[in-house]
Structure formats: C-alpha cells, structure tokens
Design a binder for this molecule. Structure first.
Ligand code: BG6
Length: 508
C-alpha cells in the first residue's frame, strides 16, 4: 500500500478552471511538489472552456495558491512560480471532436518538448454528464491507447444515480478503458484517518481479536456537517444526502471498518475484502424500510444567535422540495463476523457541528458482579475521522475509596499531538496514488454497484410513501431518528468538535 515513485508523466485535468481543481487539486499538487514527490519530469495540462494561454493560466493558478495555500515559513519566493511553470493550458469544448484532435497534437508536442514518455493520467474534474462524453472522445482520438506508456482515467463521483445508470456508465467506460485504468475517487478513502482504520484494526492484537459479534454490540457511523447546501442546490436537490454521502463515503468507511483482514495491502486484496462486505449489506425488508430509515430536511432556525434559512428557502431550492438533507439508517451485514450486530449510519447537513466518526460499542462485561457494579458502562472505541483526528477509548476503573464503584475514564490519542505531523489533504494522497498506479484507495466498479444495490430500494421507498421529517437547523436531526435508537434501548453518541467522551468538555 505504499506508493511507488510515480514515473515521468503528464497529468491532464479537464475542468481546470473549476472549483475542485482550484481549491483541491492545485494545492494538493503544490504540496506534492514541495515534498518533491511529483514525478520528474512532470507537467500538468489544464483543459477548460475559458480562453487562456499558458501564461494567463499560470497567473490564475498562482492566485489560487495564494488563496488556498498559506505561505510556509521559509518558503522560497520563487517556489510557486517554479511550480506553476510546469502547468500548461488548452482550451477545449468537450463535445467538439476537432478540439480533441488539437488536444492530441498539443500533448504530443509537449511530450516531445519536455522529453516525456507517453504516460498520461486524465482527471475528469467535470460535471457528471461529461464522464460519459469525454472518455468516448478520448478513445476516438486514440488518446486512451497504451502503446508506449500508461493511460489512466480518474473520475469523480457521482458514479451514476442508481444501479442501472452506474452499470451503464461502467459499461460505457469499459468499451474504451480496462478496469485497471479506471480510478474512481471517493475522497473519504484518501483521508489519513480512514486509512488508519486498517492499521488500527489489523496491526493491534488488542483490537483485532475483539472485532466481531462476540464482543461488539453495535456500531455507529456519523458524518455531520454544520454547513447547509450552500450554492450547490442545483446538484444537491436532485441528489439528496443518501446519494451525496451515504451511498459512497459512509458505505466505503463501513466496508473498511467491517472487512476481514486482506492478505496483502494491495488493491486486489483490499478491494476483494471490501466488496465482500458491500455485497453482504442485507437488503432492508419492507418493515425495516419503514422503521429503520429516517429522512429529514432542515427548517429555518437560529444557530448561535444567527438566523439560518430552512432548506426550502435556500437559493435554487424548489419551495416544495422533498430532498432529504439528513438520513439515518439501521442496517445489518450478511457476514458471520457481524452476526446480528446493527450498524447505525447517519449523515446530515446543518447539524450542530462538523464531525465524522465511527463508534464501536462493545458488549457489556458479562461478569455477574463486576459487570453490574454501580457506574459500570460498556467500553466504547471512538475513531475520529475529522476534525480533531484521533482515537478515544473509554473504560471503567475503580473509583478510589471504600466499596467498588466504577468510574468511566478515557484514553485518547490526537493526531495534532504528533509533533511535525500535518495531516495531508485526501487529494494529495489520491493524486499521488493514481500517478503511481496504486488503486487501493479508489472505489472499484463492483463496489460502487454493490452500494447501489443496497441503496436503490431505499431511494425507491423514499420516492414512494416514506415520510420526510423537518428538523431545526443546528440540531441533531429529526426526533424520529432518536426514537429509532430508543426502540433499541440506545442513544446516538453526541459528538463534539473536539474528540471527547460523551458528557466531557464539548465544543461545537
Ligand atoms: C462531498 C459532498 O462528497 O463531501 C459534499 O458532495 C460534502 O456535500 C463533502 O460536503 C464532505 O466532505 P468532507 O471531506 O468535508 O467531509
């Protein structure tokens, strides 16, 4: 799973004047440049509709870096310029064949001028419809052929909007590219703390041996955001939180949290194990759909003294929108390791704070006396993906003094306490991996389809008779989600911005 040094290559980014490229891709590439991790030689060819020449594009990139990358102490004044000089630009209309012929000629020229082999990574940082268009044009101009080097294609989610469209997309891509050439980005897999799940679980006997139904009572996975839909209603209103967060990010995280140990940490073995989990998602029965899936939408409220609009009052959202901005799902896995262990997933916008975490709730201690001492609580392991990345474990100790009273205490580790270790942005890792040809942290086509197979009936239920509950912006979702937990005699954990045990010092 360690990235090999990438071979000399060209990175071709479609959508190079778009938001993702400017906010995420250029800063990530710059950071790789500073760490001297980029291939040598390397060049980036930006593609977009805007009319720029190379110099104008470089000036834009420099502005973006100034906006999104704080200057490091001791940074050489020429460093950014030197980096931007490896950037080139080609104007292109994505549906104009002649433009692809010009692109092919430009790529050849750049390769000749810079003595680059024909190794190319195409990155589609473009709206979803173009994932079906650009690859076809690339193939028509033989830009996908691997005669003298590799060709890889990176695509951003969504990978279809349901199982049928995902399969159609994959079929279309497979007409021109082999699966090994495809890199489907799920940026959650690029997060350091998501990868840490693998190490935490499998490199520690302490956890590895108790990671099953014998010891674990239930698992919670939360992805909460305090922001609303912002300016993305055009996309979000036809997507909803299930497609936006749960079908991809949360199910991928669940797969890593639940998988069996892969034999090797390479993409084939890791993909095989995560696929086993995703194919084992037990389809929800009609009764489960009714009781174990909660949809919510935020309503206007006051958050920290500021008035916050409801979802339907956001720009570009229809006044009668039924799009869910919150969802909670209780599910089970058909997997002997997880016999009868419920997984509770929730994701939402306009919740009290931004936090993503996994909580492993262990079974109550079975000792007839010690397990029932006053104050004794089951252990919890909280794996914090963001922010305040880290791990926290709760356990009971004897309270000093007479008798036997248990005090719950926690042991915690925060990444920020590691001196000199800054957590890299997910895109940094993912860009480096696709340039190096390591697809371990990318979603395979089969995995995406398995996720849709589980999600499709939930969406069908949502579009038929499911109820949508309002929740005031700034709260933890609709009461019905709490009621679902309460029926099982449980409560959701109340996560804070800081990683802390329930009831301890909490910042929102
Ligand atoms: C994206 C979703 O995939 O993930 C956004 O489209 C969401 O709606 C974002 O805000 C969350 O990512 P992160 O890394 O901020 O948790």
């Amino acid at each position: 799973m360690s990235a090999a040094t990438p071979q000399p290559q060209m990175l071709v980014i479609f959508g190079a004047s778009g938001d993702l490229a400017r906010r995420k891709l250029f800063p990530a590439l710059y950071s790789l440049h500073v760490q001297q991790l980029l291939p040598r030689p390397f060049l980036m060819l930006g593609i977009g509709r805007t009319q720029y020449d190379d110099e104008m594009f470089r000036a834009e990139v420099m502005k973006d870096l100034d906006l999104f990358v704080p200057k490091a102490a001791g940074e050489h004044p020429q460093e950014r310029l030197c980096f931007a000089n490896s950037f080139y630009y080609q104007q292109l209309s994505t549906n104009d064949g002649a433009d692809y012929a010009r692109l092919a000629a430009r790529m050849e020229q750049l390769q000749r001028d810079n003595e680059l082999p024909d190794n190319v990574v195409y990155y589609l940082s473009t709206p979803p419809a173009l994932s079906q268009q650009i690859p076809v044009f690339l193939a028509q101009h033989n830009l996908h052929r691997e005669h003298n080097g590799f060709k890889r294609l990176v695509i951003e989610k969504p990978f279809g909007s349901d199982g049928v469209s995902a399969r159609a997309l994959h079929e279309l891509l497979h007409k021109h590219f082999e699966e090994r050439q495809l890199y489907r980005i799920d940026h959650y897999l690029g997060k350091e703390t998501v990868q840490n799940l693998i190490v935490l679980r499998f490199a520690n006997t302490l956890f590895d041996t108790v990671w099953d139904y014998r010891h674990i009572e239930y698992v919670e996975i939360t992805a909460a955001e305090s922001i609303g839909v912002e300016k993305r209603a055009g996309y979000f209103d036809s997507s909803g939180i299930i497609r936006d967060m749960i079908q991809n990010h949360l199910l991928q995280v669940l797969a890593l949290a639940a998988m069996d140990p892969p034999q090797q940490f390479d993409s084939a073995c890791v993909h095989a194990e995560t696929l086993k989990v995703l194919r084992g998602l037990r389809p929800l029965s009609a009764t489960e759909l009714q009781n174990n899936v909660i949809f919510g939408q935020y309503t206007a409220s006051h958050v920290r003294g500021e008035s916050v609009p409801g979802y339907r009052d956001e720009p570009d959202v229809p006044a009668d929108s039924h799009t869910e901005t919150y969802a909670a799902i209780k599910l089970y896995l058909n997997h002997s390791r997880w016999y009868n262990v419920p997984f509770y997933l929730r994701a939402g916008k306009r919740l009290p704070t931004r936090v993503t975490e996994i909580v492993i709730h262990f079974k109550r201690c079975p000792h007839p006396v010690l397990g029932t001492l006053p104050g004794a609580l089951p252990n919890q392991l909280i794996i914090r993906i963001q922010p305040d990345e880290g791990v926290l474990m709760t356990f009971g100790l004897k309270e000093p003094g007479g008798g036997f009273h248990v005090k719950n205490v926690s042991m915690d580790f925060h990444y920020k306490d590691l001196a000199k270790t800054a957590i890299a942005d997910a895109y940094e890792r993912l860009l480096l991996d696709c340039m190096s040809g390591d697809a371990t942290l990318f979603a395979s086509g089969d995995a995406v389809e398995a996720c849709w197979d589980f999600i499709d009936p939930i969406l069908a239920w949502k579009n038929s008779s499911a109820r949508l509950f309002g929740y005031p912006a700034g709260t933890w979702g609709p009461n019905e989600a709490d009621a679902m937990m309460a029926r099982d005699g449980r409560t959701w954990r109340y996560p804070c911005k800081n990683l802390a045990a329930d009831g301890d010092y909490c910042e929102l």
